[in-house]
Design a protein around this ligand. Structure first.
Ligand code: ARG
Ligand code: ZN
Length: 471
């Protein structure tokens, strides 16, 4: 009973997978004719499902984001310094930026010319960049950030103003609503943040504080650093009034929980459960990949949570154990290991959903087998069978199948290759690709290698073929 209820709640709150019948999306993109030429970096990174997301021709290693925000005026001022390396000779390259006014761009310390078209900011350095050369591009910008609002299958995401600050959750492509970015998970980078907000508010970002917040002239600056590679959609600068609880998990991982005063009652539970879950996952998935853990509950009714690196964000609800287990499992699957293309999203969501089942089993509630059986019994018309999960639908990314049938795939695999091999596979997968990128064929190959079984048919049935797989 309780697990069924959890499952239902999760379907709505945890991940808000859709029911599989969305036909339009704010992010479905038609390639606009952007000129190209010799030495011009592509205006997309090459994900055919999202042709304008990210950019070609360079690889970013670090973002330094110096940002001020005032909730009273909703005005943001930003100075982004971005370190990158050219992967081809570049006379011109693009960044992704949505709205906001750009006042100045420089490359390698020299003023560059720039132009805007849609969400593309194209930059022409004073001197062409040689292939392999590193460079720093700085962008000064300001304005009122506009989140992507009420899209049919993604809700509201990006930089979302709230009554006392902002809730900043950017999956799949909302980073460009608050900083110029190579806004696609295929390009991971380190992040440093210097966030200045009115005194009395807290600005939260990924990683850890590098020094004590500095207050002067009625404004406080918070300096955060995420020292491990991170995709852009996981970056955050959620800010507002927050109550904080700080310490370490039993195993010693620094733990920070934050709750909007409206969710004050959830702070201790969030802190304790996040610590307990983080420690437990280290026994199942291997060492925690980052330098701190925790979670943030804000009062924006997003209806979903996001696994922001080191600080999952819960939008306008009190998170239960299952969703905390889900978001923290993403720290391994989704965050440390990132997808290169959105079509492989089940590698994030199927794994995090299966982690909920493992948590339930660990706690002596419903076993993964029971949960699997309940879903497997669903009618052929149920959303869980609407698509095979192995290729996420660009117009319906977070659909029920990617989550639930993705998790079922892992459970069926566990039954097929046995517990010992299955749990070795999870740890090996997490360890082999730590801080890197993964694809579905790589997962299949590792499962075959460790089990000594030929698994093409198995994965075809679960991930790629329509309809309900036979048991
Ligand atoms: N990755 C998140 C989760 O599974 C879901 C993010 C949904 N994003 C959105 N814009 N609705 O917890
Ligand atoms: Zn998820």
């Amino acid at each position: 009973m309780r697990s069924a209820l959890l499952a239902i709640l999760l379907g709505v709150a945890a991940c808000a997978p859709s029911n599989g019948d969305a036909f339009s999306s704010a992010t479905a993109q038609t390639p606009t004719p952007v000129q190209s030429g010799e030495g011009w970096g592509a205006h997309g990174i090459g994900d055919t499902d999202f042709p304008l997301d990210g950019n070609g021709g360079y690889d970013i290693s670090r973002y330094h984001l110096k940002i001020g925000y005032d909730p009273a005026t909703k005005h943001l001022t930003g100075l982004a310094s971005i370190e990158a390396a050219a992967t081809q000779p570049l006379r011109r390259f693009n960044l992704d930026l949505s709205g906001l006014q750009v006042s100045e761009v420089s490359v390698a310390g020299r003023p560059a010319t720039f132009a805007r078209s849609g969400d593309e900011l194209s930059v022409t350095p004073a001197e062409p960049l040689a292939k392999g050369g590193s460079f720093t591009v700085t962008v000064a910008y300001a304005g009122t950030p506009q989140p992507v609002k009420d899209s049919s299958n993604l809700g509201t995401y990006g930089f979302i103003p709230t009554a006392d600050g902002a809730f900043v959750t950017c999956e799949p492509n909302g980073a460009k609503t608050w900083f110029p970015a190579n806004d696609h998970p295929a390009d991971k980078a380190r992040f440093d943040f210097e966030l200045t907000v009115p005194q009395g508010l807290t600005a939260l970002a990924n990683g850890e504080l590098t020094k004590k917040p500095v207050t002067s002239g009625g404004r406080t600056t918070f300096s955060w650093s995420e020292r491990h590679p991170m995709v852009t959609y996981l970056a955050t600068m959620t800010l507002g009034k927050f109550e904080l609880r700080e310490g370490r998990t039993t195993k010693g991982v620094p733990n920070l929980a934050a709750a909007d005063p409206k969710y004050r009652a959830t702070l201790n539970g969030l802190y304790t459960t996040s610590g307990e879950v983080t420690d437990y996952w280290t026994t199942v998935f291997g060492p925690y990949p980052f330098s701190s853990t925790g979670g943030v509950v804000d009062d924006f009714p997003a209806g979903y949570a996001l696994e922001n690196q080191t600080k999952p964000m819960y939008g306008g609800f009190q998170p239960d154990e299952a969703i905390i287990a889900h978001e923290l499992a993403h720290q391994w699957f989704g965050n440390s290991l990132s997808i290169k293309r959105w079509k492989d999203l089940w590698l994030n969501e199927g794994f995090a959903t299966y982690a909920e089942w493992l948590w339930s089993e660990h706690k002596g509630r419903a076993s993964a087998q029971t949960l699997f059986d309940n879903y497997y019994a669903r009618q052929p018309s149920d959303a869980v069978w609407a698509y095979p999960p192995g290729r996420a639908q660009p117009r319906d990314l977070f659909n029920e199948s990617v989550y639930t049938r993705g998790a079922m795939t892992l459970h069926a695999l566990r039954k097929h290759i046995g517990d010992a091999t299955f749990f070795t596979l999870l740890k090996t997968w997490a360890n082999d690709h730590k801080y890197g990128h993964v694809t579905t064929p790589e997962f299949i190959a590792l499962a075959e290698k460790l089990s000594g079984k030929e698994l093409d048919q198995f994965f075809d049935a679960w991930l790629f073929d329509k309809g309900k797989p036979a048991l």
